[in-house]
Design a protein around this ligand. Structure first.
Ligand SMILES: [Zn+2]
Length: 328
């Protein structure tokens, strides 16, 4: 018998598969990260290698915490969309070239010999914020990630809303401008094509290429490839008018998207995470302002707009929560 309650807690392995890196963690049921591993995805070197790196990482976090596989309740994997959650298949992620209809859950389950669940990365992040972050205790919450791309997940009646095939929550691909810029999904004028980090960088590049006088070009030392959303934010922070305008337009579109979500879902909380939130009030102020102008007044009075609380851990904690949810 042991008096250490911590030793009796269920343990989970979360694997966050990204286009460039794989983050793996051993996580206790109360959301504590016990051991963590980071490694490159090296997606261009083939599927088998990626699966091996994922299983190696899972084995390593267990070993470093002196935990054997028999003590693991389940493994959760967060993968870039789109995926088919029920069958555990990654369908055609733009960030993982050459992957098409990969039965990732089965491959990992066979290799590790542990029950494994798969979820879209943004949905997994929504689950993490709901269980351990800003959304604790809420019933109706939307998680939005505003980063290189834009994604999200819906918690409805306290549970992740997956839709018919688990593909719900593609917030970045709401059409905002029917004849707007083309989007990676094949459509045009999507929120992601207007307000993501990639969209901000593209707009800045076009202006610099056209010879518009702006600090952005100076900060990039004339190299268009060095222009990123981060650099635009830096220029805006130094008072550059063009940079402020580019960000202002992007945040207006983000606010329009969020107003649509408020009218559709009447959430009590919208959590915004992702790299763009590092801009702080330069993001939140215009987004809130646009939302107040466009969404129903009563719904706006009921909703709180808050930053993510889990920061960089949201992905791997989300993967672990996918495993936890599968055991309930
Ligand atoms: Zn799109």
């Amino acid at each position: 018998m042991t008096s250490d309650k911590g030793a009796t807690k269920d343990l989970f392995v979360g694997i966050d598969l990204g286009g460039t890196k794989i983050v793996t963690a051993l996580v206790s049921e109360d959301g504590r990260i016990i051991a963590e591993d980071y490694r490159q995805t090296e997606a261009t070197r083939g599927l088998a290698g990626v699966v091996r790196r994922m299983t190696d990482a899972a084995t390593k976090v267990m070993k470093s915490a002196r935990v054997n596989p028999g003590q693991i309740t389940a493994v959760g994997v967060a993968a870039p969309g789109p995926i088919h959650a029920e069958s555990g298949v990654v369908t055609a992620p733009p960030n993982l070239p050459g992957w098409k209809d990969v039965p990732l859950r089965q491959l990992l389950q066979d290799e590790l010999g542990l029950h494994t669940e798969l979820e879209n990365d943004a949905n997994a992040a929504a689950l993490a914020e709901h269980r351990f972050g800003a959304g604790r205790g809420t019933q109706h919450m939307i998680y939005v990630t505003a980063s290189t791309g834009i994604g999200g997940g819906f918690i409805v009646n306290g549970e992740l809303y997956g839709g018919a095939t688990g593909a719900a929550g593609e917030i970045g691909h709401m059409t905002i401008l029917p004849k707007g810029p083309y989007c990676g999904c094949g459509s045009r004028g999507c929120l992601e094509a207007l307000a993501s980090g990639r969209a901000i960088a593209r707009e800045a590049r076009e202006r610099v290429a056209c010879g518009v006088p702006t600090l952005i070009g100076d900060l990039a030392e004339g190299d268009l490839d060095r222009i990123s959303a981060k650099l635009v934010a830096e220029a805006a922070a130094q008072g550059d008018v063009e940079a402020e305008e580019i960000l202002g337009e992007a945040m207006t579109y983000l606010g329009v998207g969020m107003a649509n979500l408020v009218n559709l879902f009447n959430p009590e909380l919208i959590v915004i995470g992702g790299g763009l939130t590092k801009m702080g009030e330069r993001l939140f102020n215009p987004v809130r302002r646009v939302m107040h102008r466009r969404a129903f007044h009563s719904s706006m009075q009921a909703v709180v707009i808050a930053p993510s609380q889990l920061g960089d851990d949201v992905g791997v904690l989300g993967a672990a929560v996918v495993a936890m949810v599968s055991q309930q």
